[in-house]
Design a protein around this ligand. Structure first.
Ligand code: VGL
Ligand code: ZN
Length: 196
């Protein structure tokens, strides 16, 4: 496959936060291992002055998704906490990047970076038409963010060397990848887009 990035492309880095790293509150196995690859994508976008959006889970302590509040997840990504901070080594450029907080009010959860956020408006404002999606977790927030993008009419590339999933039920990640492809996503790797 031969692809390139150009005007109208944006990079979406999903939920690369301490609590989703090994040792965090809601760890995604191997999530830390994709940081170098994510940084290479981020640097290519930075070089070409293309926008990069970092989503983050950003919950109040009273969030409905937490077990103690009747939800299914352990407490994670409490707004302002170390667990909610972006993970060690992730390159966050100083320009042309946007941080999108989601799940910020106690009565709503958001697996998709589009839910209850200005993400779509910011992309439309810039004339973005295609999104390159990476981060964690393949079978939760990456999946929902990418499907949200397809529903809104963006074209999507899923960067398969820069995602990690949970696979709570074995096969969840494969099923998520197949679902994303059915909805229009193209799966690709760094070498499909950039020279080594
Ligand atoms: C996520 C579970 C709960 C994710 C967020 O980012 O994939 N998963 N909140
Ligand atoms: Zn959450």
């Amino acid at each position: 496959m031969r692809l390139d990035i150009a005007e109208h492309d944006a990079l979406i880095v999903v939920d690369m936060q301490n609590d989703f790293m090994p040792g965090g509150a809601l760890p995604v196995p191997g999530a830390d291992t994709i940081v170098p690859t994510l940084n290479r994508y981020i640097e290519r976008f930075e070089e070409r002055a293309l926008p990069i959006f970092f989503t983050r889970d950003w919950h109040p302590k009273t969030h409905l998704s937490f077990r103690q509040n009747g939800g299914v997840w352990p407490e994670h990504c409490i707004e302002g906490s170390e667990g909610a901070a972006f993970c060690e080594g992730l390159h966050i450029p100083s320009d042309n990047r946007f941080i999108i907080s989601k799940g910020v009010s106690e009565e709503f959860d958001a697996y998709s970076g589009f839910q209850g956020t200005p993400l779509a408006a910011l992309l439309n404002e810039r004339g973005t038409r295609r999104l390159l999606v990476c981060g964690v977790a393949t079978d939760y927030c990456v999946r929902h963010t990418l499907l949200g993008a397809e529903n809104l009419g963006f074209r999507t590339l899923l960067l398969e060397d820069a995602v990690k999933g949970v696979d709570l039920h074995p096969g969840d990640c494969d099923a998520a990848l197949r679902e994303m492809m059915r909805k229009g996503a193209i799966l690709c790797r760094y070498e499909d887009i950039f020279d080594r």
